[in-house]
Design a binder for this molecule. Structure first.
Ligand code: FAD
Length: 376
């Protein structure tokens, strides 16, 4: 039997950052993961994730600004560079749209957002085909978050703060004040946090109608004219009409390209890592239309990863409806990484003082009952 104040299940970015934040408050913490850390199948593990202030909702913009301060503090604490600034280009076809709403939300908080027509965009970034879109919004906050490095830094920081880390033990049962693993380890705790990412439907089947997990493919392409796609010359871009987004070259001569549209529904424990020719052709068709210089880029590496989604893409950060000492942080819907140090702080506030300054109703479980917005 192990005793602690707070037991955190899941050492992805959310669990790991919460562990440090709770430990900083003076509580004893145990962090348990089903895999050796970092779990290569965790949603948090990849070379890179997008950081951006651009959101159509000022709440998320404010959260991204607050999260950036915490990322900077972690960089300083760990003497590790976790973000590389690149700028972010939102490519727009129609107005008003997601892109113009992002611009308005940024400006409402006095943050920079430049609107460019297609000529101005391609003067600045000649890699894009100006016939394919009408305008763009340039958000200077766009940056590459070095994902695996960030997760390792968060786990190391938690260990340094005295967090007890248990690897390779899957939590199979959660009761009030008690967590039990598949090996029979019992952790007796004052409070519990569930940060089990795409496996939450399994661990808490009572949430299965509020979450759905989808298979997402990630591609690393090596451009032939590599100089044109380096950081400084090419931004992170998002083209929501097709769902595609991508990065400048940042990993062994390759740039990450992926599609944010929700993929096939899957169980997190049954993941097919085969990438079909059709998927690769889909990327190439996007390049042919928007970034013709990439049409013959060489495919270097692929990954399959899991989104853990809610119906409205808002997160769930709330107490379990029946187990009142169990906090759930899940449903990060393919866009949570950038906020993780802030989610850790919000969770720590809720676990140690019971409150947070962020609007808790927005991330509540009750919202699904009010809107009737459960998944299935
Ligand atoms: C392809 C892809 C691209 C993305 N791109 C971006 C992006 O550009 N920008 C952005 O901000 N966000 C992005 N995201 C979203 C972001 O990565 C996730 O929101 C975030 O990583 C979720 O972290 P997590 O800690 O909740 O889950 P995870 O990282 O999945 O961690 C969950 C952990 O819990 C453990 N676990 C699960 N069940 C148990 C159990 N029963 N017992 C013990 N341990 C358990 C798992 O082993 C795992 O380590 C992307 C996600 C994907 C999949």
């Amino acid at each position: 039997m192990i005793a602690c104040d707070i037991c955190i299940i899941g050492a992805g970015v959310m669990g790991a950052s919460a562990a440090s934040e709770v430990a900083r408050c003076g509580a004893t913490v145990v962090l348990i993961d089903q895999a050796a850390l970092p779990n290569p199948l965790a949603a948090s593990v990849d070379h890179s994730k997008v950081f951006r202030f651009s959101y159509p909702d000022p709440l998320y913009v404010r959260m991204a600004v607050d999260a950036l301060r915490l990322w900077r503090a972690l960089e300083e604490e760990t003497e590790t560079r976790l973000l590389t600034e690149t700028g972010l280009l939102l490519i727009g076809r129609d107005q008003p749209s997601f892109e113009t709403r992002c611009r308005d939300a940024l400006r409402s908080l006095d943050l920079e957002a430049e609107m460019l027509d297609s000529d101005e965009t391609t003067q600045r970034f000649p890699q894009f085909d100006k016939e394919a879109f009408r305008y763009s919004i340039l958000d200077p906050s766009g940056a590459i978050l070095h994902a695996e490095k960030s997760l390792r830094s968060l786990i190391d920081a938690a260990r340094r703060l005295g967090v007890g880390v248990i690897e390779n033990e899957r939590v199979t049962e959660i009761r009030e004040g008690e967590v039990i693993t598949h090996r029979g380890t019992r952790v007796v705790c004052g409070k519990t946090m569930v940060a089990s990412g795409p496996w939450t439907r399994r661990l808490l089947p009572e949430l299965a109608d509020k979450l759905f997990t989808t298979r997402q493919e990630v591609f690393y392409f090596e451009p032939r004219q590599s100089d044109d796609y380096q950081i400084g010359k090419f931004p992170i871009f998002i083209e929501l009409g097709s769902g595609f987004y991508g990065f400048p070259v940042h990993h062994r001569g390759a740039m990450k390209i992926a599609n944010h549209n929700k993929g096939e529904l899957i169980d997190a424990d049954v993941i097919d890592e085969t990438i079909s020719e059709k998927s690769i052709e889909h990327c190439r068709a996007f390049f042919a239309e928007f970034i013709p210089g990439l049409a013959s880029a060489r495919l270097r590496e692929t990954r399959v990863c899991i989104y853990n989604n809610t119906a409205d893409d808002d997160f769930i950060i709330d107490w379990h409806p029946d187990l009142r000492t169990v906090l759930i942080a899940t449903g990060f819907s393919g866009h949570g990484f950038k906020f993780s140090p802030l989610i850790g702080r919000i969770a720590a506030d809720m676990l140690t003082s019971g409150t947070t300054s962020y609007p808790s109703d927005r991330f509540s479980l009750a919202r699904f009952e009010e809107s009737g917005g459960t998944i299935c």
